[in-house]
Design a protein around this ligand. Structure first.
Ligand code: BDP
Length: 656
């Protein structure tokens, strides 16, 4: 079992009698899925019914004993997958009305046109290859895209951006657009729309113009023509994703214009076709004294200036996909602008394809965060679903962890993160525990509590374990430069922009540790609404999970449990490592329930995870101890690595 079937593993079907008055490519898929996968009562009559109903929104559906009702064909398809999921996970049949939280549930592939994947750990791109004839599409490609589309549809994902946000201008040339058309053709019956990342200076780089100034009439004309060309090839094309004036990418500010000028110009050209612009808020400049404050400072003044078909795509945290961040204050600030969350499914900062880290608890924590924007209960889930301020389009994006590896995601358990993203995008109030359970039952064709319970508990503990052995108590961004896997709290470089170094973030010295973002420091707390701002501002009321994110505190600062900060930090690192040791035992104990191939693959990776968690603990404690000048509590295991060795050995030689 190589994991290629994902959560769609087949069981021997039971006969069913499907009644459906209409025929179409989409409905045929629904009928085939039910016929091939039915696990309910044998010979049952089951009706697929397209009937306009007010209580159903978008591609939602209603299930009852007699069948599925929906307003759209895709609603029938999503209802179909829900029926099969319930049957496979042993959930009761019965009535269910289900409407999606977001209209657009989108994967972002950071895939380059040469087939490489930025921050990808599961092999090369499933869409692009390094070859002369860039548009070649083989039957094998189509088969894979078909499987990909089906997997996405089964969890409600209905959009995909097929190229990297650091976008090559070539994507908009006719050669590449032809291939995009082929991709869209395969994905279409599964309801997965195609979107593209675009480079803001495309008019100059591939269009032969002298400027890409968004207010220049020739530039506007160029985008309008380009968009017309795209829709003539792909009539249901979704729209664009734009990374502008961010990490060296071009943007409207190059011409003295604002993000709104740039986004609106493209949005106007997309509007006749109902296309959308997802404009990223991931901006920060080296001159800023606190990097986490910049997106807010830049976008808040533009609130109300964006067109209705522009959605500002905001990473969950204000920094950059760290193991734990407080939510980005923009989620509680913009009122007259459509916004959408960007989550990172690929484990750039959370153990790549090596570590078992189930991310859904992190996303649940984020979605449940209360912004207090319109009083208590203004959670991010509510705000981004359009329940607090109206927005014409609602959406959520996840940076994909998919590649050509036979199990798609590198680590067998990384599939759970793809799965969970889809499930939460459909229902942003779903619990990460329920999702883990569903995924396990389907993926391992296994309903045995002796398997499900311990493995689910392991998944549920895995994110907190990673936070503890990497960056507990609000520490952040202390990774090996650019590598983003192992620790390098010592990383400093006077010649580099400071907000790319570790010492900038932890600020450790003999007085203490942490980044002072209080009113006496960078004042980042002021970007949050009350009561959060005051709560974060004082160490006594700041949640300890964010303590060193907001505060620089002395090593003997007293924690709520009575320990001093240094000791608490030591215990956290030790706890994180010990958890992974437990995961190893848990996994060995469930061997009888898992096929050999996946059992050994996961076992091997847990071994590496354990070794690397040990490195994290040793590196961080030995390094910070130089400043704390205190012993590691004596009931904690002593380090097994040498600080100098860890500092001076290239990551490629340590993490293999
Ligand atoms: C960072 C990644 C970088 C991405 C960037 C982004 O390290 O590869 O291009 O985010 O989101 O986390 O644009």
């Amino acid at each position: 079992e190589d994991g290629h079937q994902l959560w769609l593993n087949k069981r021997p079907p039971i006969s069913v009698n499907i009644i459906c008055a209409k025929k179409s490519a989409v409905l045929n898929i629904a009928i085939k899925e039910l016929t091939d996968g039915w696990q309910g009562p044998s010979g049952k009559r089951f009706t697929l019914n397209l009937s306009p109903e007010k209580s159903i929104k978008g591609d939602g559906f209603i299930l009852d004993d007699a069948g599925i009702r929906a307003n759209t064909e895709f609603g029938i398809l999503y209802g179909t997958y829900e029926v099969l999921r319930r049957q496979k996970t042993g959930k009761m049949a019965g009535n269910l009305a289900s409407n999606p939280s977001y209209m657009h549930r989108i994967l972002n592939h950071w895939d380059n046109l040469d087939g490489s994947v930025e921050r990808g750990y599961a092999g090369s791109s499933i869409f692009w290859r390094n070859e002369k004839n860039a548009i070649t599409v083989t039957e094998k490609d189509k088969m894979l895209w078909h499987e990909y589309a089906r997997a996405n549809a089964s969890i409600g994902i209905n959009g995909t951006v097929v190229n990297n946000v650091n976008a090559s201008p070539l994507i908009l040339t006719s050669v590449y657009l032809k291939k995009v058309k082929d991709i869209a053709g395969v994905l279409r019956p599964y309801g997965v729309k195609v979107y593209l990342s675009v480079n803001f200076s495309s008019p100059v780089k591939t269009g032969g113009l002298k400027t890409s100034d968004p207010l220049d009439p020739e530039v506007k004309k160029w985008w309008a023509m380009k968009i017309k060309e795209i829709y003539s090839l792909i009539p249901d094309f979704g729209g664009f994703l734009v990374k502008a004036n961010s990490e060296g990418q071009p943007g409207p500010q190059d011409f003295g214009r604002t993000h709104a000028d740039g986004a609106n110009m493209i949005a106007d050209a997309l509007k006749p076709y109902k296309g959308i612009v997802m404009w990223r808020a991931f901006v920060y400049s080296p001159s800023d004294k606190d990097r986490v404050m910049q997106a807010y400072s830049e976008f808040l003044p533009l609130d109300g200036q964006f067109r209705e078909n522009v959605i500002i795509q905001i990473k969950n945290g204000p920094l950059d996909f760290q193991p734990r961040e407080p939510f980005s204050p923009l989620f509680g600030a913009l009122k007259k602008t459509a916004i959408m969350p960007e989550l990172q499914i690929t484990q750039e900062y959370l153990g790549r394809d090596i570590q078992l880290v189930y991310l859904a608890p992190m996303w649940e924590e984020f979605l449940k965060s209360d912004t207090y924007q319109e009083g208590s209960g203004s959670t991010i889930a509510q705000r981004t679903a359009g329940n607090i301020y109206p927005q014409q389009y609602t959406a959520i994006a996840g940076v994909a962890n998919i590649g050509l590896d036979s199990n798609w995601c590198g680590h067998d358990f990384a599939q759970a993160n793809w799965y969970a993203f889809g499930r939460m995008a459909w229902n942003n109030k779903m619990s990460s525990g329920d999702i883990a359970e569903e995924w396990l039952k389907q993926t391992f064709i296994q309903n045995e509590p002796e398997f499900i319970e311990p493995v689910k508990a392991m998944m549920m503990a895995s994110r907190e374990a990673a936070v503890n052995y990497m960056m507990p108590l609000g520490l952040h961004h202390i990774f090996v430069e650019n590598h983003h896997y192992g620790p390098a709290p010592w990383f400093a470089n006077k010649d580099l922009r400071q907000d790319w170094t570790s010492v900038y973030y932890h600020q450790a010295d003999t007085n203490g540790i942490g980044f002072n973002r209080t009113s006496k420091g960078s004042n980042a707390i002021s970007q949050y609404r009350e009561p959060l701002a005051s709560r974060f501002n004082h160490p006594d009321t700041c949640p300890e999970i964010y303590l060193l994110w907001f505060h620089h505190l002395p090593w003997d600062y007293k924690m709520k449990n009575g320990r001093i900060l240094w000791n608490e930090m030591c215990y956290r690192y030790a706890d994180g490592l010990n958890e992974v040791r437990k995961f190893q035992k848990t996994w060995d104990q469930v061997q009888p329930y898992v096929d050999q191939q996946r059992f050994y693959a996961v076992q091997h990776k847990l071994q590496r995870q354990c070794r690397d968690a040990q490195i994290w603990k040793d590196a961080c404690l030995l390094y910070f101890q130089q400043f704390s000048k205190r012993p590691v509590p004596f009931d904690i295991e002593r380090p097994v690595h040498d600080l100098e060795y860890l500092k001076n050995t290239p990551p490629s030689a340590i993490y293999n």
